[in-house]
Design a protein around this ligand. Structure first.
Ligand SMILES: [Zn+2]
Length: 176
């Protein structure tokens, strides 16, 4: 079963630690993804929403997944399981280095994730230490930090899925 790591980057202005509101494993954060059927190549017309807190049982198996869906075109069934514990906040240092932060790992059966849509439900800290709630559903964010007397913004958001492999390093499970 292929495993995909979703990572993201953005230009942060006077902000750091951009992450979902309750941290990288926020149980309620909605991941909106476009999925491609591995059998016929059909792409879901609308993004499908996955959250860590929603689990369904797999038909004909004892396992569970965060999504079980049938391809509307060929009828083939697929599933996606989210693997928490791999995400990291996007810091100002990472942003300045144009580097990405890992967000979530997805184990996919029958579907390949090909697109990601940022939603509401993020947070970050300004350089003055003030916490901000951030809505990324319009693709960017801009406000003024009264405390630090500086503008704050998030722009040039990018998300990317990459095939990774499950490995064991010093007794820890890593995906790279
Ligand atoms: Zn299909």
């Amino acid at each position: 079963m292929p495993i995909f790591l979703l990572s993201f980057k953005a230009d942060l202005e006077n902000l750091t630690d951009l992450q979902p509101r309750e941290g990288c494993d926020d149980p309620g954060y909605g991941y909106f993804m476009k999925l491609k059927c591995e059998n016929c190549g059909e792409i879901t017309p609308k993004e499908t929403c996955l959250t860590l807190s929603e689990m369904v049982s797999l038909p004909n198996s004892r396992g569970t997944a965060n999504l079980v869906q049938k391809c509307k075109f060929c009828g083939r069934e697929g599933s996606v399981l989210m693997i928490p514990g791999q995400g990291k906040p996007l810091t100002l240092d990472l942003s300045e280095a144009q580097a990405a932060a890992p967000l979530m790992v997805f184990e996919c059966r029958g579907f390949e994730p090909i697109g990601f849509l940022f939603a509401d439900g993020w947070k970050a800290r300004s350089i003055s230490g003030t916490a901000f709630e951030i809505d990324l559903s319009t693709g960017d964010f801009a406000e003024y930090d009264e405390e630090g007397e500086c503008p704050i913004s998030v722009s040039n958001l990018e998300a990317r899925f990459k095939v990774v492999h499950k490995k064991s390093k010093r007794g820890q499970t890593v995906y790279e």
